[in-house]
Design a protein around this ligand. Structure first.
Ligand SMILES: NC(=O)c1ccc[n+]([C@@H]2O[C@H](COP(=O)([O-])OP(=O)(O)OC[C@H]3O[C@@H](n4cnc5c(N)ncnc54)[C@H](O)[C@@H]3O)[C@@H](O)[C@H]2O)c1
Length: 276
């Protein structure tokens, strides 16, 4: 979608970090932005920032894990702007402390999947029919993670949730790419945001790890990237460019060639085939 000017984007999790940066970048390209977040105050602040950039904004308090809340957000977006050309399913929660899956409770898994996976599914279920009914090009951005293309050690419930987001994203192109839909799956690595504190504040009481002792885990590939934190603003610009180029995969960091080779060998190497 080359020309974004005057079109409308809905960005979830736009009150902070990467979502806020995407809202800024799309506003700079002339888009009106529905700034949606669980946190009404930060949504209002970012909506004011978007308007200061010269376009229109609508702040919406919405919980992406709740289908009714997402449906109300869509009503508000269409009520105000009449159409939505870009949907950014970005809201997500992180996994801390890194620990083995045997130290994850069912409530831990549910929290990850409710926001990271059902948040995306709810967004698609509510918006796709309405977007399909509109003429012209449409684009979906789903925020996954580098952990959605290779499982990060000690991060299994989070990785599994982001793998689902990657699968859904390729599915959008496969299934409705010929109906005017482009899709970008954003796979960030190390981006300076408040994701850990924000996620902890949302974790249900009694599920914050109180009284639990975890076996600490370190992922060697992730360790290589600890000095490579980038600002969220750079990611916002990358996402805007990817929408304009209709780019499917969007990685924020280069993965070392030896790690890519090792991963390819693990999945498709000679030892991975049946012997019959
Ligand atoms: N920061 C990183 O390094 C990094 C790396 C990989 C992936 N990601 C992904 O990027 C996305 C954005 O994360 P961020 O780092 O900007 O974090 P952030 O915490 O700064 O921003 C996320 C925003 O989403 C909102 N949110 C959380 N749950 C919500 C819900 N149920 N409904 C609506 N809004 C909700 C939060 O209130 C917050 O404002 C997430 O999907 C995250 O998994 C981030």
């Amino acid at each position: 979608m080359q020309d974004l000017n005057g079109k409308t984007a809905v960005v979830t999790g736009a009150g902070s970090g990467i979502g806020r940066a995407i809202a800024h970048a799309l506003a700079k390209a002339g888009m009106n932005v529905v700034v949606a977040d669980l946190n009404a105050d930060t949504a209002a602040t970012v909506a004011a920032e978007v308007e200061a950039l010269g376009t229109q904004a609508l702040a919406v308090q919405a919980n992406v894990a709740d289908h009714g809340s997402v449906a109300a957000m869509a009503d508000a977006a269409y009520g105000r702007f009449g159409s939505v050309e870009v949907l950014v399913n970005n809201a997500g929660v992180s996994w801390r402390p890194l620990r083995p899956l045997t130290d994850a409770t069912l409530a831990d898994w549910k929290f990850m999947f409710d926001v990271n996976v059902w948040g995306v599914i709810n967004g698609l279920d509510v918006f796709l029919p309405r977007m399909k009914a509109q003429p012209g090009e449409k684009h979906i951005v789903n925020t996954a993670s580098m952990a959605g293309v290779w499982p990060v050690k000690g991060h299994t419930p989070y990785s599994a949730s982001k793998y689902a987001v990657v699968g859904i994203s390729e599915g959008i192109v496969n299934d409705i790419g010929d109906e005017g839909f482009g899709c970008t799956v954003l796979c960030p690595a190390m981006v300076r945001t408040n994701v850990v504190a924000n996620s902890e504040s949302q974790r249900p009481a009694g599920e914050k790890g109180e009284g639990r002792v975890f076996k600490e885990m370190v992922d060697e590939r992730m360790k290589k990237l600890v000095d490579e934190y980038i600002d969220a603003a750079a990611v916002g610009e990358m996402v805007r460019d990817a929408i304009q180029r209709n780019q499917l995969y969007l990685h924020t960091h280069a993965i070392a060639p030896e790690d890519i080779a090792a991963r390819t060998d693990l999945v498709y190497g000679p030892a991975s085939y049946g012997r019959a």
